[in-house]
Design a protein around this ligand. Structure first.
Ligand code: TNX
Length: 537
């Protein structure tokens, strides 16, 4: 058993925290006990918390532990059940969910509206031998705090069968809230289709790292994946294949609602994307009248981009777009609809502008705000729109400046630089899966950049957050998704959550290495990057 380091009381925690991290960083992590101390030092998690004050002895979870919730709040009870569901299989403890008053000495989930400083997603975790209390202003904050609690426990807690404890959480206080309100991940279910259960699995992985937005890329040249009642062939025909010619698939409206409901239970907002006017071969193949020449092209199962376009001059195009937007908006409790707008290489600039000028107001008409890829800044982004930057370090300055100018004009920015955050880029030339058009993206490269200062001339307040897209031209199974997302996804999640001052690759890579037993326990296949001091295993 590893000796527990003595931790001074209530030290200005960030400083202490950084020092502790460096000290461990210098210890070669070659035994699994190095990654799994009996008590994980407070705050040694991903994303690193904003403030950590270790103090006193740990809290110990036992057979007698109860989970206390606010019995008058439906959400509070659901959070208690969720936490109990996470902890029961490995601990084997009954962990009844009870009212606060009956949970002395247990784990308490406290909603406290007067804790305004905690914001929409912040929380405080207090751990001591007498009990563990999570406090938040909002249920979302409790949910993020539960992820912290979970990561403070040994990784074996993630296993589905009873494990030997002990189950201790270091003593002290974590006070934490996110740097950015938008922390997203995108999954492309068009190039390869993923089932509802596969999407739920990804949602659960995202939840562990405090991601709060799931962007689903629901249509592209290779497949249309969401039922639209007024244009049924989009799915019955347009959804019938995928890259490589497999069977494809699509979500019925009920299945899609189930994804949205599940994401909401993990406090994630779903942003559906219908990519337009390019990336539309599946729709064009399904309905001949959407083509300028009235002839439907064949279905497409390759991986080229930029060859398809809706017919901008034809009135029927806007009947189609309005029907789709109306039906998708009705399925969407979230604030945003993503209308794509990237790589419209087969649409003239004038047509592109005309199209976006017509379509953006339709999104507003159905009560939603527009999100678009950053080419949208070549037009006039609607009020309240967000644009998603997917350029590279080497993207020409003029293109970056166009995005910056839109940001200065009030358009919000989501940063997804492809040579940093694209989870489908190969790590190195030897990575079997993935693409390489943006270059190789090793783990350090994906973590080591500052979203707040990334694009010159952008006011910091315009940066709403970060998103890691996972395109699936080369990815067909959940194992494929795992090995590309892990371990880069946790790094992008930390960029979105943790304060800029905590950013430090040397300490991050040690905390990331400590996630390995957790990936194993969760059955997550990951890339063992030589840049990370993984425990031997
Ligand atoms: C670019 S990023 C695309 C996608 C591809 C991806 C592959 C963007 C908005 N468009 O169509 O799937 O690269 O990395």
């Amino acid at each position: 058993m590893r000796q527990r380091r003595r931790i001074p009381r209530l030290i200005g925690s960030l400083l202490l925290f950084a020092t502790a991290g460096v000290a461990v960083g210098q210890t070669p992590a070659h035994s699994s006990s190095a990654a799994e101390p009996e008590v994980r030092p407070l705050g040694r998690i991903v994303p690193v918390p904003a403030s950590v004050a270790p103090e006193g002895e740990p809290y110990t979870l036992t057979h007698a532990t109860r989970i206390g919730v606010d019995a008058a709040s439906r959400e509070s009870k659901a959070l208690g059940r969720y936490l109990a569901g996470l902890l029961r299989p490995a601990t084997g403890f009954p962990l009844p969910v009870v009212d606060q008053a009956a949970a002395r000495g247990g784990i308490r989930l406290r909603l406290s509206p007067e804790e305004t400083a905690l914001g929409d997603e912040g929380y405080r975790l207090r751990s001591a031998p007498e009990g563990l209390t999570l406090t938040a202003r909002e249920p979302a904050g409790l949910f993020r705090g539960v992820q912290t609690l979970r990561q403070q426990l040994p990784a074996a807690v993630e296993r589905k069968s009873v494990q030997t404890g002990p189950w201790k959480i270091a003593g002290g206080t974590i006070t934490d809230s996110p740097r950015y309100a938008y922390r997203g991940a995108m999954l492309d279910v068009s190039r390869h289709f993923f089932t509802v259960d596969e999407v739920k699995r990804y949602i659960d992985q995202l939840a562990l790292y405090k991601i709060n937005t799931l962007h689903l890329h629901l249509s592209d040249d290779q497949g249309w994946r969401i039922a639209i009642d007024s244009w049924p062939r989009l799915t019955t025909y347009g959804g019938s294949t995928e890259v490589g010619g497999g069977p494809g698939g699509f979500y019925t409206k009920d299945e899609y609602r189930e994804i949205v409901r599940y994401a909401a239970s993990r406090y994630q907002e779903v942003i559906p994307e219908i990519d337009m006017p390019g990336h539309t071969n599946a729709a064009l193949a399904s309905y001949a009248e959407l083509n300028c020449d009235g002839v439907a092209p064949p279905l497409y199962t390759g991986t080229k981009v930029g060859f398809s376009s809706l017919c901008v001059p034809k009135p029927v195009t806007y009947d189609f777009v309005e029907d789709v937007i109306r039906e998708i908006a009705a399925l969407t409790p979230g604030r945003y609809l993503h209308i794509g707008g990237d790589e419209a290489h087969s649409t003239s600039h004038a047509d592109y502008v005309a199209f976006m000028d017509k379509v953006q107001p339709v999104v507003a008409k159905y009560g939603k705000k527009v999100v678009g890829w950053h080419q949208l800044t070549g037009t006039k982004p609607a009020d309240g729109a967000l644009v998603q930057y997917w350029g590279l370090d080497r993207t020409p300055a003029a293109e970056k400046e166009r995005v910056a100018a839109a940001a200065r004009n009030g358009t919000g920015l989501i940063l997804s630089p492809a040579d940093r955050t694209y989870l489908d880029m190969k790590y190195t030339k030897d990575t079997p899966l993935g693409l390489a058009w943006a270059g190789y993206v090793e783990v350090q490269r994906s973590y080591d950049w500052n979203p707040g200062a990334y694009l010159p001339g952008v006011p910091e307040s315009a940066v709403r957050g970060v998103e890691a897209p996972l395109w699936t031209e080369t990815l067909a199974t959940t194992d494929d998704l795992d090995v590309m997302a892990f371990p880069r996804l946790p790094g992008v999640a930390e960029l979105g959550w943790s304060p800029a001052e905590t950013h430090d690759w040397e300490t991050y890579k040690v905390r990331l290495a400590e996630q390995a037993p957790r990936f194993d326990a969760l059955g997550i296949d990951y890339y063992r990057s030589p840049q990370v001091p993984w425990p031997a295993g």
